[in-house]
Design a protein around this ligand. Structure first.
Ligand code: SF4
Length: 141
């Protein structure tokens, strides 16, 4: 990643720290090293933006939980899976900040998650899952 991402070369800066001879990733204000604040103080993922900008598959850069954020997938055992989303009452499950800090949850101009995350949902649950979810959402209106 360092060869492709100049930000990672900034040793002793915002992204890395050195302590007792070890190099570690910094966590600005307790946030992920790859997070950034936009002009409104909202949290954005630099890896997400970088993948989009360079047209690299996000799955090659982000951990699965990050690729699915703000969705939360809980394995309840016995083949049962609970799919939910980061909200005020679930955010602690994934150590997330309040929903208002994330554009994907707080910007009303963005499409609903089942549309915006169509490719990710199909990747995780199989082709057609996102469409089935959209249909279910429409029938509940
Ligand atoms: S989505 Fe993952 S990699 Fe991106 S800022 Fe959040 S925790 Fe970091």
């Amino acid at each position: 990643m360092k060869a492709r991402e100049p930000r990672l070369a900034r040793l002793h800066g915002r992204h890395f720290y050195r302590a007792e001879g070890e190099l570690g990733l910094a966590r600005p204000d307790g946030r992920c090293v790859f997070s950034e604040l936009d002009g409104q103080g909202r949290i954005r993922c630099h890896l997400h933006a970088y993948a989009k900008q360079t047209q690299i598959d996000r799955g090659l850069l982000q951990p699965v939980s990050c690729r699915l954020f703000p969705l939360i997938v809980i394995d309840r055992g016995g083949g049962r899976v609970l799919l939910t989303v980061v909200a005020s009452h679930t955010r602690r499950l994934v150590s997330a900040f309040p929903p208002s800090r994330y554009p994907c949850l707080a910007d009303p101009s963005l499409p609903p998650l089942h549309e915006a995350m169509r490719a990710d949902l199909d990747w995780l649950f199989g082709d057609g899952f996102a469409q089935a979810l959209t249909s279910a959402a429409i029938s509940r209106r």
